[in-house]
Ligand binder design. Structure first.
Ligand code: NAD
Ligand code: UGA
Length: 495
């Protein structure tokens, strides 16, 4: 069934004046949790809806202090300016969770939903423990009617569980309406995405009350999003649409990466192939950049979640289809590593590899599921020495990611093999090869002096461009042996 007509949002509804958001950092188990969605989303809502008071809550005083300081806990281009323009006016960061819940008409649940690490569904299913605990807390504290909005990415029908928890634990006479309002922002462009979203999706029950709740939220977004981009639909469709969007985006990357392997073997150029197919208006040019593999906190997690859902629904072929997207991604990292090894004369033992970039993509300090983590693990297994540079990722984060259980268990050995440097030049000094893992603009040949880098490297000096950001011809002229994802070496092309 198609989405309901947008006019459906124009039903009688209650105006939202106070919003509370749960998910800015509450659980102190991991130091890398920071509320990538909650902070930017609420800052933009507050900025564009001056009459709405938005409070982001967290029990951890240090974290709230960080959100209230000049040094925000997450790096996102444009976020500082937006936060500073509204903080203390209609955007507040507070540790008084109960007060914010009590006062709010609408509560966003924007907590993390990681892949389960143990128990039934381990490695596939979403861990809904954080969603449940936030929901139970709302039920316990709320003294008046609330619209509870599922902002986290969740499996289909989670809203039903939230509803049961709220209804069986809420105070008598308090009504809860549940909405699904998945977030589509991408890190690094979050503020831009939130200011001008392709669409805002609101899922509700198909009842008068459900539609009225959807209209209340739709009117908040209508403060800056054109009405026709605020779409409403049934809650299960909305939940599944979020998983579907991420699965389809990741599938495109795995598809172009699969083609990159064919390009390398045949002499075709993946950038040219991607350009040619992207001009077809039915295909389009976006998300066709071959790479060392997609990373980030969500693609893998959400596809695995879809795989689990398919298996639970006794749809093994559907599960296998989506699982292959993740398997292709893993294969791309192994294939890239193999290319590094064979190019460097079949041994990495004792060789210095300068790894450029550790974040999962440019313009973010986030490293969750970054391809660099896996690649460094493989290089270490080959006894290489790693010199690593990233312009934004904190040193402590890098050590934590590399020393994560299952990646490596001996931190002392890790520090003997890996050095973190403060510039790309320093990382490349004395190196046998440069490995571009993240597409930071800083690494482009227009921004770094590759002649100087070449002079300081061991010869033959290799560059492995895992992000296709370099001008292969220009660097080969300097003397580099350049190996790009989805391309053969220029000198070999006509052999
Ligand atoms: P995150 O890990 O950066 O932040 C989640 C925060 O929720 C953490 O700080 C955690 O401490 C906090 N939290 C957990 N339980 C809590 C509780 N009971 N009360 C209060 N706070 C609690 O996660 P994120 O990247 O912001 O993602 C949140 C959700 O949004 C996930 O479901 C994710 O799939 C989805 N999402 C993320 C992105 C993204 O770009 N990161 C984009 C769209 C959707
Ligand atoms: C992704 C989606 O783009 C968002 O719409 C979604 O809201 C979000 O996941 C989420 O649910 O968390 P994000 O992971 O922040 O956003 O970043 P993307 O720009 O999608 O990049 C993901 C990974 O794919 C990165 O490692 C990136 O380098 C890689 N990628 C992207 C490619 O390798 N090739 C491409 O053409 C595009």
């Amino acid at each position: 069934m198609a989405a309901r007509p947008v006019e459906a949002i124009d039903v009688p509804h209650k105006e939202v004046t106070k919003i509370c958001c749960i998910g800015a950092g509450y659980v102190e188990l991991f130091i890398d949790l920071f509320g990538a969605v909650c902070g930017p989303t609420c800052a933009v809502i507050a900025c564009k809806s001056p009459k709405v008071q938005v409070t982001i809550v967290d029990l951890n005083q240090a974290r709230i202090d960080a959100w209230n300081s000049d040094n925000l806990p997450i790096y996102e281009p444009g976020l500082d300016e937006v936060v500073k323009s509204v903080r203390g006016k209609n955007l507040f960061f507070s540790t008084d969770v109960d007060k914010a819940i009590k006062e709010a008409d609408l509560i966003f649940v924007s907590v993390n939903t990681p892949t389960k690490k143990t128990g039934v569904g381990k490695g596939y299913a979403a861990d809904l423990g954080y969603v449940e605990s936030a929901t139970r807390h709302i039920a316990k504290v709320a003294e008046s009617d609330k619209i509870v909005v599922e902002k986290s990415t969740v499996p289909c029908r989670t809203a039903s569980s939230m509803r049961k928890i709220l209804e069986s634990n809420g105070k008598p006479g308090v009504r809860f309406d549940i909405l699904s309002n998945p977030e589509f922002l991408a890190e690094g462009t979050a503020i831009k995405d939130l200011f001008a979203p392709d669409r805002v999706l609101i899922g509700s029950l198909d009842t008068t009350e459900g539609m009225a709740a959807a209209a209340s939220l739709a009117h908040v977004y209508a403060n800056w999003v054109p009405k026709e981009r605020v779409i409403t639909m049934r809650v299960w469709s909305s939940e599944l649409s979020k998983l579907a969007a991420n699965a389809l985006l990741a599938q495109r990357i795995s598809s172009i990466n699969a083609l990159s392997a064919i390009c390398e073997a045949t002499g075709a150029d993946v950038d040219e192939v991607s350009y040619a197919v992207g001009l077809d208006s039915r295909i389009g040019p976006k998300f066709l950049k071959a790479s060392v593999g997609f990373g980030g906190s969500c693609f893998q997690k959400d596809i695995l979640n879809l795989v689990y859902l398919s298996e639970s629904l006794h749809l093994p072929d559907v599960a296998a289809y989506w699982r292959q997207v993740v398997e292709m991604n893993e294969s791309q990292k192994r294939r890239f590593t193999q290319r590094v090894i064979s190019s460097l004369f079949n041994t990495l033992t004792g060789k210095r590899l300068a790894v450029f970039g550790f974040a999962f993509k440019k313009d973010t300090g986030d490293t969750r599921e970054s391809a660099a983590i896996t690649l460094i693990k493989y290089f270490r297994q080959e006894q290489a020495k790693i010199a690593l540079y990233d312009p934004k990722v904190e040193e402590a984060q890098i050590w934590m990611d590399l020393a994560e259980p299952g990646v490596v268990d001996d931190v002392t050995a890790l520090k003997k093999q890996v050095t973190i440097t403060s510039s790309a030049y320093e990382a490349a000094k004395g190196a046998d090869a440069i490995i571009i893992c993240t597409e930071w603009d800083e690494f482009k040949d227009s921004n770094l002096d590759y002649e100087k880098i070449y002079a300081d490297m061991n010869k033959p000096a290799f560059i492995f461009d895992g992000r296709l950001i370099l001008n292969q011809k220009k660097l080969e002229k300097i003397g580099f042996k350049v190996e790009c994802i989805g391309k053969s070496r220029l000198e070999e092309t006509f052999q």
